[in-house]
Design a protein around this ligand. Structure first.
Ligand code: BGC
Ligand code: CA
Length: 332
């Protein structure tokens, strides 16, 4: 009996050792938990990790670079096998890469794109993301189609699109490029535009609502288009517009555009308050990030055979945007 118990105990201990030796942990540092899109990404990352049988330890940087650096230091101290990093500030990525390199811990960045010079510091560094220009252009395409089909959209009849723009966090490539390319598509295609107001609402719904209320107070019904760098801010803008008498039966209308196609964003497309958005593929980006971290953590180099996504220029995994509007929203 005693002998059997000893054998069993040893067996259990051995199993535990084997288990812990093979368990990979990915340290995942998120810019900000309080963000609809990043929350969707986090949930998909967890799901992919569960599927692959690896651990992910998530931390919230609370939109603070110092907090993020401390979280990453802790991951390295704990000896995690790979890092998945959503930088608060693009420009701080080189510091993270140098630390990871010193400990030989591969690093996959996502959502916030480090500068090319930083990514070039080491070969075990990658970026998973979406090309922000595409989502900007998609807003321009949607606005042009709306303008062409609706002569009444030119409220003052001057042939010029008077617009306001609500932007994401300054410095984030998605904010800068979406703002630029939405308007660039219009001007490149012969549309005349006039910016009535532009300001950041830091990707945030409540701030988006406040910003839109301010724009309405200054420009009222002269606003002919509302470009928002993401769905959350578009949803906030829609709230402010509703309070000003828009989107009621037979009431006023103005086209509002977002980016992301989050769950609440898609609802707004369906109920007709948001004209257009684009799928910022949270699931695709999350799955690519975790799959790549897992490969690197196992000491493998990603190839066409062992990795489900295409790597461009040895560093980049681009997940395309898809234009979403009332005609196709049910497919997403
Ligand atoms: C998304 C935003 C999000 C931001 C967070 C962007 O790609 O479109 O909704 O707030 O990333 O960094
Ligand atoms: Ca006009």
């Amino acid at each position: 009996m005693k002998k059997l118990a000893t054998i069993l105990l040893v067996a259990v201990m051995l199993l535990a050792m084997v288990g812990s030796a093979s368990a990979i942990t990915i340290g995942a540092s998120i810019r900000k938990y309080d963000d609809t899109f990043l929350t969707e990404m986090r949930n998909h990352m967890q799901a992919k990790a569960d599927e692959l049988g690896v651990e992910v330890d998530f931390t919230d940087s609370k939109a603070d670079q110092t907090t993020q650096n401390n979280n990453i230091d802790l991951y390295l101290t704990k000896g995690y096998e790979a890092l998945a990093v959503n930088m608060q500030e693009r420009s701080a990525a080189d510091v993270v890469i140098q630390k990871a390199m010193a400990d030989d811990v591969p690093c996959v960045f996502f959502n916030t794109e480090p500068f090319a010079e930083a990514l070039d510091l080491w070969d075990k560094v990658y970026y998973v993301g979406a090309k922000a220009e595409e989502s900007g252009t998609m807003q321009g395409v949607a606005m042009a189609a709306y303008w062409d089909a609706h002569p009444e959209a030119d409220k003052n009849g001057d042939g010029i699109i008077q617009y306001v723009q609500i932007t994401g966090e300054p410095g984030h490539q998605d904010a800068e490029l979406r703002s630029e390319y939405s308007i660039k598509y219009l001007t490149d295609n012969g549309y005349q535009v006039e910016c009535l107001a532009q300001d950041t609402a830091m990707w945030d719904r409540v701030k988006g609502q406040d910003k839109m209320a301010t724009f309405l107070a200054a420009h009222g019904d002269n606003i002919e288009a509302v470009f928002c760098n993401n769905d959350d801010m578009a949803l906030g803008a829609i709230e402010a517009l509703k309070a000003a008498g828009y989107f009621t039966e037979g009431g006023k209308y103005v086209p509002v555009m977002g980016v992301d196609a989050t769950e609440p964003g898609k609802m707004a497309i369906k109920d007709g308050t948001m004209l257009a958005t684009s799928l910022n593929d949270a699931k695709g980006q999350a799955y690519a990030t975790i799959e790549l971290c897992n490969l690197l953590a196992n000491g493998e180099t990603p190839t066409e055979e062992n990795f489900s996504y295409t790597i461009t220029d040895g560093k980049y995994i681009w997940i395309p945007y898809v234009a979403v509007n009332a005609d196709n929203v049910d497919e997403f």
